[in-house]
Design a protein around this ligand. Structure first.
Ligand code: ADP
Ligand code: MG
Length: 340
């Protein structure tokens, strides 16, 4: 083996880096749908086959990509969303790393058809393992269609780690459900092996999206929340004491539109519900928190699943107290305490 230090070529770099953002079909679905949301789509269709292993197809009616930029968007660190690191602190898009398309295309066979809103002709491009195979002008509607086939076909070691079709499907469904509830103003359609699994109204009413995803039993046991203080504002729905779960799957927390796992928010919820639901059970909630992007770090996790608040402790206390007061007002806390 040569001992010379080499700079890896772009295709190899992308294949390696893909490990960070492209773990499984669900992570691809998340990245692509987030791109559709950032493109201002009002309708997004997600179609998968074999748990997303053989096919992932995303169709959106967003603004599309100008023909002159179609090749560029597959380059690493190619983004239209930020120019400099300061922009992260006034971010109003889900994406900013410019990595998803480079990573996804490096480990799959990808076809994109897109037309920019201000252009009359669209573009169709094929990439195989990150290499452009063909690119041509086509007639198509404004928006973007992306097809991903055979993920990890060129990284067999990673392919081996994919789980069964069934379990990959469950994770994709979970991802789609979270996005659909987080964006009730977008009409989401989700098709699995030819069967429509979800079709949200896209009417902007979050409880309607929740009902579509989780059914009436959940949606009819929710309390509306709405609060504003100088640290954050919050809206959404929290469950009453008729509904709870033994895991946290039905605790959706969105911060500035991004689904995240936030320990301080989860702790605030658990504390608020402590006296009204059984121990080891978890409340159901769909909470949208809005904070000034200047007071939030979204760049601490490659898949952006975690964020860091500037004033963690204060936000924790304020939210916990608001939720407690809300439960009290709905006679939930008091009702339980009389049984004690
Ligand atoms: P990021 O989202 O971080 O910018 P991506 O690799 O996900 O990086 O996408 C690269 C660029 O490609 C985006 O910045 C955007 O300009 C363009 N793009 C990707 N998907 C879409 C889409 N569905 N509609 C319009 N533009 C898109
Ligand atoms: Mg993106």
């Amino acid at each position: 083996m040569s001992e010379k230090i080499r700079i890896l070529d772009d295709i190899t770099i992308n294949k390696i880096a893909a490990g960070e953002v492209v773990e499984r079909p669900a992570s691809i679905v998340k990245e692509l749908v987030e791109n559709s949301i950032d493109a201002g789509a009002s309708r997004i269709t997600i179609e998968i086959e074999s748990g997303g292993k053989s096919l992932i197809k995303i169709i959106d009616n967003g603004h599309g990509i100008p023909s002159s930029e179609v090749s560029k968007c597959f380059l690493r660190h190619a983004t239209s969303k930020i120019d400099a690191v300061e922009d992260l602190f006034k971010l109003n898009t889900l994406g900013f790393r410019g990595e998803a398309l480079a990573s996804i295309s490096a480990v799959s066979k990808l076809e994109m058809t897109t037309k920019y809103k201000d252009e009359s002709i669209g573009t169709n491009i094929y990439l195989n393992g990150g290499k452009v195979v063909s690119k041509e002008a086509v007639g198509t509607n404004t928006g973007t269609i992306i097809l991903i086939k055979d993920i990890f076909f060129n990284t067999p070691a990673r392919k081996k780690f994919l789980k069964s079709d069934h379990s990959e499907t469950i994770t994709v469904s979970d991802t789609v459900n979270k996005l659909a509830i987080g964006y009730p103003n977008i009409k989401f359609k989700y098709i699995n092996n030819g069967k429509i699994m979800l079709d949200t109204p896209g009417d902007g009413i979050q409880n309607n999206a929740i009902r579509c995803v989780y059914g009436r039993e959940i949606s009819s046991n929710l309390i509306n929340i709405d609060y504003k203080c100088n640290l954050f504002s919050v809206d959404g729905f929290i469950g009453n004491n008729n509904i709870f779960r033994s895991n946290r799957n039905l605790q959706h927390i969105y911060i500035n539109g991004r689904f995240v796992k936030s320990k301080i928010i989860l702790d605030a919820i658990s504390e608020a519900y402590k006296s009204i639901i059984p121990i080891n059970k978890h409340a159901i909630c769909f909470i949208n928190i809005y904070v000034d992007p200047a007071k939030l770090d979204v760049n601490i996790h490659p898949a952006k699943l975690e964020v860091k608040f500037e004033k963690e402790r204060e936000i924790y206390i304020e939210l916990r107290e608001y939720l407690k007061a809300k439960l009290l007002k709905n006679n939930l806390i008091a009702k339980y305490e009389t049984y004690n």
